[in-house]
Design a binder for this molecule. Structure first.
Ligand code: BGP
Length: 456
């Protein structure tokens, strides 16, 4: 088998990280705009300047050879305070972007919500409040009605699992007293409702969740390590996909939540909503596997069977780490993850993020990112192996299409095929410069994934 001829070779971004223009044309503030940013990092007023330059950018995406582009819609551009009137200028922007993509035969794959909750909703308790569920579903409905004639592929919520496991990243203000797993539950309900609304409003459209999924290996064949890894996987991964696909709580994850002292109020109506909202596919982001060991005292499961945390991560002697972040590099783990997801859920899969963030250097007008070429080549080879083994995968959208603001390091850490000429403290001219990986990815796409050679 080979990649299907209509495989979505794409690339990925998110609104708050790429667009800039964070207060323009009636846009409201999101939690990203109001959160405290360390002095050495840029805020989100400019980012990559994509809001103004989207036409030039889409022309570059076309030259890159993209068949798809995965991006998100800023809730605060469409409904500035999270609820209420629609901001026409925001609608106009996404209409133009989508039309530009379609005119260039690039399929839009749209995330409804990527880490940028309206600040006005956060002030009222954010996802801790049931009112946010209704606000999200109303926003999603506006998206389906307004853009669904051209956007066929939708994702509900980007990395809900990371928002729950690392909440400081997406919740502005103090976390003390934040009802973590109740907020998480509200996102489940919101997601299921949005999937049902999508099918009702636009039966021809497809929709799915977009968590960050990667398997956890047991540190050894010691059954206790295996148990710890099972719990870690349940809490990190399967909780989110079981809720999206089966509309049910994963038993091990629920056990963990309860034993950790969290309470969740789940109503009969919630249960019904979760059972009725079904995804058409699973979108997922993959960066690095984990390895979990049973460590006496600070472990996931102690001798009495008590669960203390999402696992004690240990080193994996078989893998190396990325230079910048120290994340494990594990292409085969990508395939392990794909196999595990498909075996559990039997839905078509699309990769919505995967990639290498490094400190790219612009030297004589060029960026020789051979390390990224190697990383991507090895990871795409595993997608190919998965497709060869019969798993229905319909797209690969590495992070990121161009340099943009990373979640913790601004422009110090870059992922793109296109270099954006700016630093953290100087916006320079925002010129777009094709990296070496740009030409390499073009060739990959032209060969429909057959030519993965790193020589270029
Ligand atoms: C994912 C997010 C993206 C992106 C990416 C890279 O978790 O969905 O928004 O930022 O990770 O992470 P970072 O920017 O921290 O390197």
């Amino acid at each position: 088998m080979a990649f299907p001829t209509d495989f979505f070779w794409g690339a990925s971004s998110s609104a708050y990280q790429i667009e800039g223009a964070s207060a323009k044309d009636g846009k409201g503030k999101s939690v990203q705009d109001v959160k405290e940013i360390p002095a050495e990092l840029p805020d989100f007023t400019v980012c990559s300047g994509h809001y103004e330059r989207y036409k030039e950018d889409v022309a570059l995406f076309k030259e890159l050879g993209l068949k798809a582009y995965r991006f998100s819609i800023a809730w605060t551009r469409i409904i500035p305070d999270g609820v209420g009137e629609v901001n026409q200028a925001g609608v106009d922007f996404y209409n133009s972007l989508i039309d530009e993509l379609k005119a260039n035969d690039i399929e839009p794959i749209v995330t409804i919500y990527h880490f940028d909750l309206p600040a006005a909703l956060q002030e009222k308790g954010g996802w801790g409040e049931r009112a946010t569920v209704d606000a999200f579903v109303d926003f999603a409905r506006v998206c389906f009605e307004t853009f669904g004639d051209r956007v066929k592929y939708w994702q509900t919520i980007n990395e809900q699992n990371m928002m729950t496991l690392v909440p400081e990243h997406v919740v502005s203000g103090p976390l003390e007293g934040y009802p973590l797993y109740q907020a998480n539950h509200h996102m489940f309900v919101a997601q299921s409702k949005a999937m049902a609304v999508c099918h009702e409003v636009r039966p021809e459209c497809k929709i799915g969740p977009a968590p960050n999924i990667s398997v956890n290996y047991p540190a050894s064949s010691d059954p206790k390590d295996v148990l710890a890894a099972q719990y870690a996987d349940a809490v990190r991964n399967w909780l989110y996909l079981d809720a999206a696909v089966f509309g049910e709580y994963n038993a091990l994850a629920l056990d963990f939540i309860k034993r950790s002292g969290y309470t969740i109020d789940v109503t009969d109506e919630d249960r019904e909503i979760m059972r009725n909202g079904k995804p058409d596919f699973i979108a997922f982001n993959y960066y690095a596997t984990g390895t979990v060991g049973y460590v006496e005292g600070e472990t996931l499961v102690d001798d009495e069977g008590n669960i203390h945390g999402p696992g004690s991560q240990v080193d994996n002697p078989h893998l190396s780490k990325t230079e910048f972040s120290g994340w494990w590099i594990d292409p085969v783990g990508f395939r392990n993850t794909i196999n595990e997801i498909y075996t559990r859920y039997r839905l078509p899969l699309v990769v919505t993020e995967n990639g290498l963030g490094e400190r790219d250097e612009l030297v004589d007008g060029q960026v020789n990112d051979d390390y990224r070429i190697k990383y991507l080549s090895e990871h795409i080879a595993q997608v190919k192996a998965a497709v060869d083994s019969g798993i229905p995968m319909f797209g690969y959208n590495p992070w990121s299409v161009m340099d943009l603001i990373s979640t913790h390091e601004g422009f110090l850490k870059r992922y793109g095929f296109i270099y954006v000429n700016r630093t953290n403290d100087d916006e320079l001219d925002l010129a777009r410069i094709k990296k070496k990986s740009f030409g390499w990815y073009t060739r990959v796409i032209e060969s429909n994934g057959e030519n993965l050679s790193t020589e270029i």
